[in-house]
Design a binder for this molecule. Structure first.
Ligand SMILES: NC(=O)C1=CN([C@@H]2O[C@H](COP(=O)(O)OP(=O)(O)OC[C@H]3O[C@@H](n4cnc5c(N)ncnc54)[C@H](OP(=O)(O)O)[C@@H]3O)[C@@H](O)[C@H]2O)C=CC1
Ligand SMILES: O=C1OC[C@@H](O)[C@H](O)[C@H]1O
Length: 396
């Protein structure tokens, strides 16, 4: 009963967060595009952060930007992306553009002297990811690939359990992100190759990141890759698609560990008619038992960490807030209703302000993640998503 009340409380408070008064000079964020994800990933989390003001939005169509700004109480509207970047009152750019535009607009934002909170996956190629971080470093600006789940206590608690050695050495890690068929329409950016589409890019980047994070390593090699292709409705049977709607990849990790990632845009109904639930799980087999986290990507409303030692009693844990006794260090306690995005925003602001952060997703992490995504695409034969044609004016 108390867990149902806890769930309702978390959902309610995360959707209706308290909004404390802003500090005298909050960080002013500008949003590139009237993006579908921004209300969840930035606008709502920002309400409860006293040092953040979502100050401006730009869209390719000014009317769209105005409607969005009115709906989300954003004070300023710009009629194009360049104008947003030129706005001297903006400190941070949030870049939730389609993947294939991440590089160009992040480079432009950094060139304009802005910190950048950049949606995942960071860009279409590892080379582009490195170039963005090089420029951020050169300019002394903060750049973060928004792997929001990494900032939540749940995944950090899971890693602390694994790292504590209580289950012995890791043998195998499996991470899955799968959504029921029908979640995305055929014209979604996710199915558009020229915009950096593909399931491995959009969803597979999480399991890729997660297996690397939990094993504290990069793959040694790829063991196997399989994929299913997206075919636009009414396309000819010989339509050559290079957009995966599903990818499964297995890896040899260092120290005799193996890993498997699965991502699926279109999990078909069971028996053809029973709709599937999303699958957002990670499971780890160790020599002395196993553990898993149900809902590793969106743990804020509900998750379960199950720990099953080979000998001894199994237990279930929750980690909605950093407790101090959870083996993941001090600072940034959080609130039980904070979503992954709110934890992420806390760390981002702390980083910009030069304060210590509990956790971070750094340059080499982002570069390696993209590198392995490209390597999987190379094995599947689909190839990397197209390189940006943007030529930076600030060569690093
Ligand atoms: N962190 C998370 O949980 C999530 C992250 N994402 C990531 O966020 C990014 C955006 O996803 P989402 O919000 O679903 O995307 P949308 O379909 O809402 O597109 C985002 C914006 O892209 C702009 N855009 C610019 N050029 C084009 C173009 N040629 N075609 C289509 N759109 C264009 C549009 O801006 P305009 O308003 O100017 O027209 C649009 O508002 C992706 O990188 C995705 O991976 C997505 C969902 C969840
Ligand atoms: O968290 C997410 O869920 C659905 C995906 O398509 C999206 O891009 C991703 O970030």
């Amino acid at each position: 009963m108390s867990s149902i009340a806890g769930f309702i409380g978390r959902v309610y408070k995360s959707l209706n967060p308290p909004s404390p008064p802003r500090v005298e000079q909050p960080l002013r964020f500008g949003i590139l595009g009237a993006a579908a994800i921004a209300p969840n990933a930035l606008i709502r989390p920002a309400l409860s952060h006293p040092e953040v003001l979502v100050y401006a939005v730009a869209a390719r169509d000014i009317q769209k930007a105005q409607t969005y700004a009115t709906k989300h109480h954003i004070p300023k509207v710009h009629s194009n992306y360049e104008e947003l970047l030129a706005d001297k009152d903006i400190d941070v750019i949030y870049n939730p553009l389609p993947n294939g535009l991440h590089y160009e607009w992040t480079m432009k934002a950094l060139e304009a002297g802005k910190h950048v909170l950049l949606e995942k996956p960071a860009a279409n190629t590892a080379e582009e990811v490195r170039a963005m971080f090089d420029l951020a470093e050169k300019k002394g600006l903060v750049l973060l690939e928004a792997f929001h789940y990494r900032f939540h206590p749940a995944i950090q608690r899971l890693k602390a359990i694994v790292d504590s050695g209580e289950l012995g050495k890791i043998k195998h890690v499996e991470a899955t992100m799968s959504l029921p068929k029908g979640h995305f329409s055929a014209d979604d950016i996710r199915y558009n190759y020229s915009l950096g589409g593909g399931c491995l890019m959009d969803m597979g980047c999480y399991p890729m990141n997660c297996v690397r994070y939990l094993t504290s390593s990069n793959p040694a090699s790829i063991l196997d890759v399989s994929h299913e292709l997206f075919q636009p409705p009414n396309s000819p049977s010989d339509y050559a698609s290079n957009v995966d709607k599903k990818t499964v990849a297995s890896f040899a990790m260092p120290n005799d560990v193996t890993a498997k990632i699965t991502c699926n845009f279109e999990d078909p109904p069971r028996l053809g008619f029973i709709p599937r639930l999303p699958v957002l799980n990670v499971a780890i087999e160790c020599e002395g038992g196993k553990t898993d986290l149900y809902n590793f990507i969106g743990p804020s409303w509900f998750h379960t960490i199950t720990v099953t030692p080979r000998s001894g009693r199994a237990r279930k844990e929750k980690a909605y807030v950093f407790s101090g006794s959870d083996g993941v260090g001090g600072g940034q306690r959080g609130e039980v209703w904070w979503e992954t995005y709110r934890y992420q925003l806390e760390a981002f602001v702390d980083r910009v302000k030069g304060r210590e952060v509990r956790t971070w997703v750094d340059k080499e992490d982002s570069v390696a993640n993209m590198d392995w995504i490209e390597k999987v695409y190379a094995v599947s034969g689909l190839g990397s998503r197209p390189k940006s044609t943007y030529v930076s004016t600030t060569q690093t």
